[in-house]
Design a protein around this ligand. Structure first.
Ligand SMILES: C[S@@+](CC[C@H](N)C(=O)[O-])C[C@H]1O[C@@H](n2cnc3c(N)ncnc32)[C@H](O)[C@@H]1O
Length: 277
């Protein structure tokens, strides 16, 4: 085993360690996907408090830390924090044979992990609205026969029925198109974020036609999802976050008026602190 393989194996164990016993399939995904093949040539811009820091080296060893690497620093587009994604992948648990919609694929690093997790019998539809990033991800993922890259907005596209919708750009509210595309048993994981950035990862699981379980996974800070941002919704989300912890969320309701258990309401849906009956 060469040094990079050793570093990648340690990194995989480290970034998957936060939630107790790690799923070995997710550890394997982090241990096998080469980050240097997705983040472009070094030296890299590392997102740090107060701005970006130059890595000062093009040695890929530096990539195997729990750091956020700039993909297009001038647009604030980064290759997300590995430990956050490890937690999100564990929460939505993609399985062999499932169809995944990945929203905001960037250059495809986490798309590659999703593709490994659904195996050859599954498929990943990766949506990336930035044309340069979409073509980079298409190139980077050309060896994956179970991935289709769509250079398009996942808020406006026609989405296939999906077992998992994995969103990597912050939304102020939950677009109907994502809730509608979920199959029964399907999981949507998304950053619900205010317009100044902070928010949290929410996992929504469709139980039946109009009933969805929902729960907080972790705090999160993401750049915005184009087409899923709205100032009124951002205000409502900020007010909800001030009033009560999102850890209290238990379900998502559609087609009924919010009651006293409402945590936050959007157009046609609301999050409730009450579990499903
Ligand atoms: C935080 S970056 C994701 C980076 C990627 N997951 C990675 O780690 O390499 C968010 C991405 O979402 C894309 N994006 C924003 N709105 C989108 C939309 N409506 N549909 C598809 N992609 C979108 C942005 O262009 C950006 O590349």
């Amino acid at each position: 085993m060469n040094t990079l393989d050793t570093l990648r194996r340690f990194y995989a164990r480290l970034v998957t360690s936060s939630g107790g016993d790690a799923d070995p399939r997710i550890v394997e995904a982090f241990a096998n996907v080469e980050r240097e093949a997705f983040v472009g040539p070094g030296p890299w811009q590392i997102a740090a408090e107060g701005g970006y820091m130059d890595s000062g080296t093009d040695d890929p060893a530096i990539l195997y830390q729990d750091i956020n690497i700039g993909l297009v620093p001038k647009l604030g587009i980064n290759n997300g924090q590995p430990s956050l994604h490890a937690r999100c992948l564990a929460a939505c648990a993609p399985k062999a044979g499932e169809v995944v919609v990945h929203v905001g694929a960037g250059t495809g690093y986490y798309t590659a992990m999703l593709a490994r997790l659904v195996e050859r019998s599954g498929h990943v539809h990766a949506f990336e609205i930035n044309p340069d990033l979409a073509s980079r991800s298409e190139r980077n993922l050309s060896g994956y026969g179970n991935v289709t890259v769509h250079a398009a907005s996942a808020v406006e596209a026609h989405l296939p029925p999906a077992s998992v919708i994995y969103v990597c750009a912050g939304a102020t509210h939950i677009p109907d198109i994502w809730l509608d595309a979920l199959t029964i048993g399907g999981r949507l994981i998304l950053p619900l974020t205010t317009s100044d950035g902070p928010g949290f990862m929410l996992l929504v699981t469709r139980q039946s036609g109009a009933t969805y379980e929902a729960r907080h996974i972790s705090s999160a800070y993401f750049i915005g999802c184009i087409g899923a941002r709205d100032e009124t919704q951002s205000h409502a989300l900020r007010a909800a976050l001030r009033a009560q912890s999102p850890k209290a969320i238990r379900s998502l309701r559609r087609g009924e008026a919010p009651d006293e258990t409402a945590w936050c309401a959007g157009p046609g849906w609301w999050l409730s602190t009450a579990s499903l009956p």
